[in-house]
Design a protein around this ligand. Structure first.
Ligand code: DAH
Length: 338
């Protein structure tokens, strides 16, 4: 067998593949299932044990050589997809456009929310991610012993300086710097000292909204948010408000929407309740207005805050929050049509 392999090696070395047809004949003769090399591979089982190693090595060499020879010729004659840079190509043609990326799902949702609320006159605003105690907690009516002020829940950087735990801090900055009427949305990244899991991360994104003017009422809040979710999820969506508690709003509520999947019938996503919680809201507490220099006798306002990850999970049926942050292109490239 060794002799035959050497013969073939020699033969292949000498062959010159000058046409497409010769290349195909070469493939049939040596590389196809019924070709000579495959015959040898099949015969290899009978080679005696002491010869197996050496024979195996040259047989592999032969396979490689034949394959390389064929690949080289095939590239020249086939051109096309396997061979973008072959000599047969016109290199003066404009380059083919490759897939160049997609928007991140969180950016898609953030943009959509901003656009909807823009139509109602809410203007975009931003605040810092490193925040002091006053803007993140005290001005928002958090009592001194509130658990969120604990090291376990908040990343402190220095005494009374932390990574903001919510975008509500930006409300305070706006109220301090502007006179009502104020109507703003404030998206951004927030940080909490949480164990990372499919449902929680140590940072995530929120969008905050406020509206402050004379005679702003809870009715305005309800109608604004109802319009907002209809635009975001479709006209059929229903809403309900549940009483809740936040230090900076009074009264406070959480808003649920009817489950997008089962339309309120009850399913796994809504845990059989027919409802999905999507944001917190309320009338801005007079203490908060006062702390920021706005007279609560003259003005009132509402505020709301929502998690972008949560909305994007509902919208795109994403089950694990961590996929937003691991930069896996198999996940990210699915959003190129948005
Ligand atoms: N800051 C709250 C949080 O992070 C969300 C929130 C609730 C914001 C009610 C608001 C509001 O403006 O009125 O959980």
């Amino acid at each position: 067998m060794k002799e035959r392999i050497h013969q073939l090696l020699q033969q292949i070395e000498e062959i010159k593949l000058k046409t497409e047809q010769e290349t195909e004949e070469f493939r049939l003769k040596f590389l196809s299932k019924k070709g000579e090399i495959n015959d040898l591979v099949e015969g290899f089982r009978q080679v005696s044990a002491d010869q197996k190693r050496e024979t195996g090595q040259i047989l592999n060499q032969l396979k490689q050589k034949a394959q390389e020879k064929w690949n080289e010729a095939n590239q020249i004659f086939q051109g096309g997809s396997k061979n973008k840079f072959s000599q047969r190509r016109d290199r003066s043609l404009p380059a083919e456009l490759e897939f160049s990326g997609a928007r991140h799902p969180l950016a898609i949702v953030e943009n959509e929310v901003i656009q909807i609320l823009n139509k109602l006159g809410f203007v975009y605003s931003e605040g810092p991610e490193i925040e002091d105690d006053w803007h993140n907690f005290s001005a928002l009516n958090f009592p001194p012993n509130h658990p969120a002020r604990d090291m376990q829940d908040t990343f402190f950087i220095a005494d009374e300086i932390a990574l903001r735990t919510h975008t509500s801090s930006v409300q305070v900055r706006l109220m301090e710097n502007q006179k009502p009427p104020i109507r703003a949305i404030m998206p951004g990244r927030v940080y909490r000292n949480e164990a990372i899991s499919a449902r929680a991360n140590c940072f995530f994104h929120q969008i905050e909204g406020i509206y402050i003017d004379k005679n702003v009422s809870f009715t305005d809040l309800k109608q604004t948010l109802f319009y907002f979710v209809q635009q975001l999820f479709g006209e059929d969506v229903k809403v309900r408000f549940r009483p809740s508690y936040f230090p900076f709003t009074e009264p406070s509520a959480e808003m649920d929407i009817s489950c997008l999947l089962c339309k309120g019938e009850g399913c796994n996503v809504c845990k059989q309740t027919g409802w999905l919680e999507i944001l917190g809201c309320g009338m801005i507490d007079p203490n908060v207005l006062e702390a920021s220099g706005i007279n609560p006798e003259e003005y009132s306002g509402f505020a709301f805050g929502m998690g972008i990850e949560r909305i994007a999970m509902l919208k795109f049926d994403v089950k694990d929050l961590r996929t937003y942050f691991t930069n896996d292109t198999r996940f990210l490239s699915q959003f190129k049509n948005y």
